[in-house]
Write a protein that binds this ligand. Structure first.
Ligand SMILES: [Zn+2]
Length: 266
């Protein structure tokens, strides 16, 4: 679809809504391409200055979503814009977004590597790699292994998540939360890397050595989260365009040269 056609498809929405639809469609395709989403899973993101959020039509392939595959949904779960039904696990997004005003975006994924950590006695997923300092407060596991289709299940999941940035779901999947959709995408990449690292240590028959508190403090001293998010978003959007994962409507998501200038140097 051309940029003009895409703009026509979402006409009637304000520009913040259009931007979130565009970002959510691109993030979904990129997450699918990176093996973080597959035939299931979804992202949601709040629309700035609007009492609603964006989420995809549940039945649309994660590999083929476009901005017009996105719905605008209010915090009672009512579809305000778009032609289709939200995913059946909408209560995950509704209840986490309601419970966490600090969160802008939510990912629900059935990432196999992460699920494995809910199925091993005596093994917990821990921050191993430097970027996993993001999850230093802990990664709790919700005990409900079924699909989250009821409001009370969503509320229970949001309670398990508590103030953390990640929650595993027993034999089912995980949720990540972040301050923006771009940050959520980058967190998802690092979450998978970290689970891979711990699994590799276990498969080597070694005892995993997670980051210590002192190491996490040192990592955080050197951290430039905003810059890092821009850098990785730039990399993955460009890679997606080059490999055909993103159609030409993704071109508008490449950060400008100014955006890619660091405000701090070491
Ligand atoms: Zn699920």
């Amino acid at each position: 679809m051309s940029v003009t056609e895409m703009t026509r498809a979402v006409r009637g929405s304000n520009s913040a809504t259009q931007q979130m639809m565009l970002e959510a469609a691109a993030a979904t395709r990129l997450l699918e391409s990176e093996g973080i989403l597959d035939y299931s899973g979804h992202v949601s993101t709040r629309i700035p200055e609007r009492d609603a959020f964006v989420i995809q039509i549940g039945s649309t392939s994660r590999a083929e979503v476009t901005p017009e595959s996105m719905l605008v949904v209010d915090y009672d779960g009512k579809v305000l814009e778009g032609d289709g039904q939200p995913p059946s696990e909408l209560p995950i997004h509704l209840e986490i977004l309601r419970a966490r005003p600090d969160v802008q975006s939510v990912l629900h994924s059935h990432m196999e590597l992460a699920i494995a950590f809910t199925m091993m006695e005596g093994v917990k997923l821990l921050p191993m790699r430097a970027r996993a300092s993001r999850w230093k407060s802990g990664i709790p596991t919700d005990p409900d292994p079924s699909h989250i289709k009821l409001p009370e299940q969503g509320r229970a999941l949001a309670r398990t998540l508590g103030p953390h940035h990640a929650v595993l779901m027993r034999a089912h999947g995980l949720c990540l939360v972040a301050e923006s959709l771009r940050a959520l995408f980058v967190d998802a990449v690092h979450f998978k890397e970290n689970a891979t690292a711990q699994m590799q240590a276990l498969q080597a028959g070694a005892k995993p050595l997670p980051l210590t508190e002192a190491e996490i403090a040192q990592i955080e001293k050197m951290e430039m989260r905003d810059w890092h998010i821009k850098k990785l978003w730039n990399y993955y959007v460009r890679k997606g365009l080059k490999e055909g994962v993103l159609p030409e409507w993704g071109e508008g998501l490449i950060p400008s040269r100014e955006m890619l200038t660091r405000d701090k140097t070491y």
